[in-house]
Every structure is written in structure tokens, then in C-alpha cells.
Design a protein around this ligand. Structure first.
Ligand code: SIN
Length: 483
């Protein structure tokens, strides 16, 4: 029997920082669905917020809550900001190299809705990749790839482990404590910036088990994404570009965003996404562009090397050429409800951290670059909780559900495409009551078909999003409803 002290589902920043904080004396297993770098952390560009010092904490809290449309859990925001001083110092002390100026001082960038520059970054615009690599190198625990969780083993209010396929073979992994750090729901949307592994399976298991999801209507769309590629993951153009002076323009080169919000490009990302969506709708799909022609070429290449390289391979010469953009799904604000230590009410031994969790920290709209910080802060708190609690190992019950080896069925791919389309069109940036009802019916209909378990889990999560959107009748933050 494979049994661990702690099992961590997910090898993004939250999962890896949790592993970094668990001592060698604990038997820990980190699992990921594919290769470890297929996670949202790896693709994060802009950076990680950190309060600059004690004096910046109130302003960071205020910025987070204003961006969040005052829907935030204030306690979570205070924890996030206060703990950032400690976690950022810890990561740097352990060897993470953020970008610095010639005198060795940390460089901070600014993104939309921040009052000051307080975002550390690495490799210019490859912060996620650098942090992920750093944490992989730091990880001292066993890490297992190709491990896809398809059930949580829960009985009488206690979690005992998971059922998963390991290299496509069904397997059972037991653990005293199971930490969910599996990310959000990107694969539910036709246009998204997420890793292809982020497909809401664990949320779907939670729905089935009656574990509460919270704020699921709050799905965040990033305004500046290049969507004209054939791949599922669309290409992000970091908000730091706008923070450092790039413009959003129409075909005539006009900065039309001021017609929507006086802050123009620096309004919150929900506002900018909606403005672009509305503009395209009004002007019959006229293109909208991100323009950085005002940047000095050498400086642009040095500051944004990842974007420069990626787009050069598509034939773009930056910063001279502007690039067509569209909003795309980016981040799940809602998730599995947890308390401030990652605990899930009513289930002993089960925790959730990072994007998979809903602590209320982001309110109705996440402030840019608060998510890498969320990953580390709440990972640390969950580990502190696990290390501090009384360990009470119990007899493991028999889990003998027969899943019949039917994770996938023949028509799943076509249904998944339809689901992605309906979520994008009806449960996206601008929603209507009718559109939401249409999506609800379509999801209900798909659930009645012969489908595999993984698609069924995805549909559970989609239903949770649609139901939450239908319950919230008035627009708030990222949830925008038109009559
Ligand atoms: C970006 O670099 O624009 C993304 C940052 C974030 O999602 O917080």
C-alpha cells in the first residue's frame, strides 16, 4: 500500500512552496498530471506582488480591495499583504533571483489598478518560469509525473487519499493529509491563457462530494491576449507592458479606452476586458491592438525577452509592430471554499491552496500579480497548520467503488469543444440571463449522454459556474450581466 504523510496535488507555485516548507522528516509526494512545468505558474509573466515594506501594507490592501469591488474577505487580504514581507524574504534568502538594477536593488513594476510599483519579476517577463524552476530545484520530496486524480477518497468527513491514473494505470495513493493545489478551470473556455492541464477535474469531484465551491461566477478575463494561434493556450501579453507605457488602440491608432474609464489602459482588468469586448461588438469586429512602438527597442528586448522571442517566431517585430489582441479567460477567482489555513470545512485532512482555492482574497476581481503571492502565502499557512496540529492516523476504510476504467469515451472531445464554446459565448465577459439558461440546458443535456468521468467532472464545474452566475442577478467585478 502506498501511503504518505502529505500528498500534494499539483506542482505549480502553491504545491511546490508547500513542499519546500514541509521538512524532510515527512514522507511527502507531489503529483502532477503531466510534466511539472505544464502549470499556470510556468506561464505567468508579469511578476509577484509584494508589499514594499510595512508602510505599503495598507495601500496594497486598499488596492486589492478596490480592484476586488469590495467583495473581498478583508482578513484574507490582510494576511496576504502582511505575510508577503516574510515569504518574499524567504524565497530570496533561499536563492531566488528577481531582476535587479545595476546597484543590486530589486526592480519593481506596476500593473493596472496598483497605486505604486510593487511587483517583483524575473527573467524580464518570465517570472513564473523562473520561480517554477527555482522551486523545482529546491524541492526535496518525491515528485511524480503523469498522475491524474479522478477521485478523492473521503468517508465520514475524513479524506484518506486519492484514486489516480499513474502512467494511465489506475492506482490508489493514501495520505494523512491531502493538499489540493491543482489550479483553476482554464480548459472550460475556448480562449484561455492557461496550461492545457488546468481542467477543473478536482473542482468537479468536490461538486460531486458536496464540498462547497465559492464565488464561481467570478471568472477573470485578461484584456491583452493574442488568440490567433491554433493551440489551446493563447498567448498572454503581460499587463506590465501597459503598466510601463504600452497603449491599447483601434485600427486608426486611437486610444479609445478613455471613453470607457478615465484611467484608460490602467483601469482594472475587468473594465479593460469589457471595454475591448464592447468596442469589437460595436465596431463589428474591428481589430484592437496593443501598441508599444513608443518603447526604446533595446530596452524592450531586455525587459520583455520572452514576449519578443515568442512573437518573433510568429513573424512580429517588437516593439515596432503592434499586435492584435482580444480578452481571454485567465484566472478562476472562485474555487473550493477554504479557511485562512487552507482547511475545507467538514473534511478532515483535506486542504486547498492557490488558484484552486477560494479564500475570498481576490473579491470579485483579482488585482494583477496577486496570484503568485497568494500561492506562496496560503501554501505556507496550510503547511504551518498541518505541522502544528495533532496527528491522528486512523484505520483506512475500504474504498471499493468500481469506476469501470471509463475516464474517457469516444465522443468526449466533441462535447468538450462544444462546452468550451458555450462557456466562452454565454458564460464569458458579458453574460445575459437567457445565455446563462442556454448554457445550463446544454450542460444538463451533455450530462445525460454517454460520457467519460473526466468530462463529467468538467461539466460539474461548469454547472457550478453557471448556477453561481444565475444566482448573482446584479453585475459585480468580473461578473457582468446585461439585461
Ligand atoms: C500578467 O502578466 O499580465 C498576468 C499577471 C496576472 O495575471 O496577475
Amino acid at each position: 500500500m502506498r501511503k504518505y504523510d502529505v500528498l500534494i496535488i499539483g506542482a505549480g507555485i502553491a504545491g511546490l512552496y508547500a513542499a519546500m516548507n514541509l521538512p524532510r522528516s515527512k514522507k511527502v509526494l507531489v503529483i502532477c498530471k503531466d510534466v511539472p512545468w505544464e502549470c499556470n505558474t510556468f506561464y505567468a509573466q508579469g511578476g509577484m506582488v509584494t508589499a514594499l515594506d510595512k508602510d505599503d501594507i495598507p495601500l496594497h490592501i486598499q488596492d486589492t480591495i478596490e480592484a476586488g469591488a469590495f467583495h473581498n474577505n478583508r482578513e484574507a487580504v490582510e494576511i496576504l499583504s502582511r505575510t508577503s514581507l516574510e515569504t518574499t524574504a524567504d524565497i530570496i534568502a533561499k536563492g531566488m533571483e528577481f531582476d535587479r538594477d545595476e546597484e543590486g536593488r530589486l526592480l519593481y513594476t506596476k500593473e493596472a489598478a496598483h497605486s505604486v510599483g510593487r511587483i517583483v519579476h524575473a527573467g524580464g517577463d518570465a517570472t513564473g518560469r523562473y520561480m517554477h524552476y527555482f522551486m523545482m530545484v529546491q524541492n526535496k520530496h518525491e515528485l511524480q509525473r503523469n498522475t491524474l486524480v479522478y477521485d478523492l477518497l473521503i468517508e465520514n468527513g475524513r479524506c484518506y487519499g486519492v484514486k489516480a491514473t499513474v502512467n494511465y494505470r489506475p492506482s490508489t495513493i493514501y495520505a494523512d493529509d491531502v493538499i489540493i493545489a491543482s489550479g483553476g478551470v482554464g480548459s472550460l473556455y475556448q480562449y484561455n491563457t492557461n496550461s492545457r492541464t488546468v481542467s477543473a477535474d478536482i473542482h468537479g469531484i468536490c461538486v460531486k462530494k458536496g464540498i462547497e465551491l465559492a464565488d464561481m461566477e467570478m471568472m477573470q478575463f485578461h484584456p491583452t491576449v493574442f488568440v490567433k494561434t491554433p493551440y489551446a493556450r493563447k498567448l498572454l501579453l503581460t499587463e506590465a507592458l501597459r503598466g510601463e507605457g504600452a497603449h491599447i488602440v483601434n485600427e486608426k491608432g486611437e486610444r479609445f479606452l478613455f471613453g470607457y474609464d478615465e484611467r484608460g489602459e490602467l483601469a482594472g482588468r475587468d473594465i479593460v476586458s469589457r471595454a475591448i469586448f464592447n468596442y469589437k461588438r460595436q465596431y463589428k469586429n474591428e481589430e484592437v491592438y496593443l501598441d508599444f512602438s513608443m518603447f526604446d527597442e533595446a530596452r524592450f528586448h531586455q525587459r520583455f525577452p520572452n514576449i519578443t522571442r515568442t512573437f518573433a517566431s510568429l513573424g512580429y517585430r517588437f516593439p515596432q509592430q503592434r499586435v492584435p489582441i482580444s480578452p481571454a479567460f485567465h484566472y478562476a477567482i472562485g474555487g473550493i471554499r477554504s479557511d485562512m489555513n487552507g482547511c475545507i470545512d467538514g473534511i478532515e485532512g483535506l486542504y486547498v491552496i492557490g488558484e484552486a482555492a477560494s479564500t475570498g482574497v481576490h473579491g470579485a476581481n483579482r488585482l494583477a500579480s496577486n496570484s503568485l503571492l497568494e500561492g506562496v502565502v496560503f501554501a505556507k499557512r496550510a503547511v504551518d497548520f498541518i505541522m502544528g496540529k495533532e496527528q491522528n492516523t486512523r484505520q483506512i476504510p475500504l474504498f471499493d467503488e468500481d469506476y469501470g476504467n471509463i475516464l474517457h469515451k469516444d465522443n468526449d472531445a466533441a462535447y468538450k469543444d462544444r462546452l468550451r464554446q458555450v462557456m466562452w459565448e454565454n458564460v464569458g465577459i458579458i453574460r445575459t440571463k437567457n445565455g446563462l439558461h442556454e448554457a445550463k440546458n446544454m450542460i444538463y443535456d451533455m450530462k445525460s449522454k454517454q460520457i467519460g468521468r473526466l468530462l463529467r467532472l468538467r461539466l460539474n464545474t461548469a454547472s457550478a459556474i453557471v448556477d453561481a452566475a444565475l444566482r448573482r442577478k446584479i453585475s459585480l467585478g468580473t461578473h457582468y450581466i446585461e439585461n
